[in-house]
Design a protein around this ligand. Structure first.
Ligand SMILES: Cc1ncc(COP(=O)(O)O)c(C=O)c1O
Length: 357
């Protein structure tokens, strides 16, 4: 887990502490304006969490039933947002399984999208994509293809870009390029960037006005959020960088470490659930016949907090990369020596093997 850096704590000491519900707090307003500029959108809205950003965006883009949202079957909005999409919007989600196992393509979407006004159907009003999804990158070209199709049919585009920074830092495209195909984008300042709290929603001034209204309705407006928006700004400038392409930030150091962790697991004969495109490694414990509790225990013995086969690296961990690799080497050796080679899936269930949080 990341912790706020010394420069974030310094920014907290120096921040303004005025009322952001009344839009009087320069620290928060500056952050919103900066995020709009960095992503090439008209406006930004500071929100408490990634989930709040996603839910406000979907509530804004969807107007009235019948309406459907098309998304990946592994997306955060479907699996890990407490069903908020359903009760906050009344929309019907259509979760799709991507044929390539990594990201949705236009070919996955076209047969499933619902167009027209046939009263038997629930029309697709929003396509909601996630980038990165489980650490994997949605290529820019594919986002553009899907968006062009969506716009031709009056369908809105939302991006859960909680971890979009990582895709950009990997060199897949700039922040502006990746945001252009979407109406609304959520991005998180916590997680890999290391700020203690907060996310941002960006989009048009009109949509963001509505989202601000909705934020108010669910009690998400904060009176004096300067001390968290100040830390968030430092997280963006330092961890992601100031250029909009992640090249002057620190995120790549975590990607390099993830690749080393992945290589170590493969060298020892392990298999992967997903390839490590960015900062996440997905060990296939099931294929090896290793139970989650075994790797958790081996991690504890090596002084590492592991939750299962999903290993998330970040730039603060990368500062201790050699030590982490040495400890993981011990963990991997131990669990693979104990591995039965028989799938554990039937015994413990996939939901218990891989947690998304
Ligand atoms: C892709 C994605 N979207 C949204 C979220 C939700 O963010 P938060 O925990 O800030 O609500 C997460 C959290 O891990 C996430 O990984």
């Amino acid at each position: 887990m990341t912790t706020p850096t010394a420069s974030m704590l310094k920014a907290i000491q120096e921040c303004t502490l005025l009322d952001d519900v009344e839009r009087e707090d320069p620290t928060t307003s500056d952050l919103e304006a900066h995020m709009a500029a960095l992503t090439g959108k008209e406006a930004g809205l500071f929100v408490n969490s990634g989930i709040m950003g996603n839910q406000l965006a979907l509530r804004t883009l969807l107007t009235q039933p019948p309406h459907g949202v098309l998304c990946d079957h592994r997306s955060h909005i479907v699996l890990y947002e407490a069903g908020g999409l359903s009760f906050l919007t009344g929309a019907m989600p259509t979760p799709l399984v991507p044929k390539n196992g990594i990201h949705l393509t236009l070919e996955d979407i076209k047969p499933q999208v619902v167009l027209g006004d046939d009263i038997h159907t629930c029309p697709t009003r929003v396509i909601s994509l996630e980038n990165t999804l489980n650490g994997m990158i949605l290529p820019l070209d594919e986002a553009r293809r899907i968006s062009t199709f969506a716009r031709e049919h009056g369908i809105k585009m939302h991006l859960d870009g909680a971890r979009l920074w990582e895709a950009v830092a990997s060199g897949a495209g700039t922040l502006k390029e990746y945001c252009a195909p979407f109406d609304t984008i959520t991005m998180c300042f916590s997680k890999g960037l290391g700020a203690p709290v907060g996310s941002v929603l960006v989009g048009t001034t009109k949509d963001l006005h509505h989202a601000r209204w909705m934020r108010r309705a669910i009690g998400g407006g904060l009176r004096q959020p300067g001390f968290i928006s100040a830390a968030a700004r430092v997280a963006v400038d330092e961890a992601f960088g100031t250029k909009g392409d992640g090249s002057d930030g620190w995120l790549r150091t975590a990607h390099d470490l993830a690749k080393k962790v992945e290589a170590m697991w493969l060298d020892k004969g392990g298999k992967l659930v997903h390839p490590a495109h960015t900062n996440m490694c997905w060990l296939d414990l099931d294929a090896a016949g290793i139970e989650v509790k075994q790797i958790v225990q081996a991690g504890e013995e090596a002084g590492l907090r592991l939750f299962g086969g999903r290993i998330v690296l970040h730039y603060q961990a990368a500062q201790h990369g050699e030590e982490i690799l040495e400890r993981l080497d011990r963990v991997f050796t131990k669990v693979l020596a104990e591995a039965t080679g028989v799938s554990t899936l039937d015994r413990v269930g996939r939901a218990n093997m891989y947690s998304a949080e």
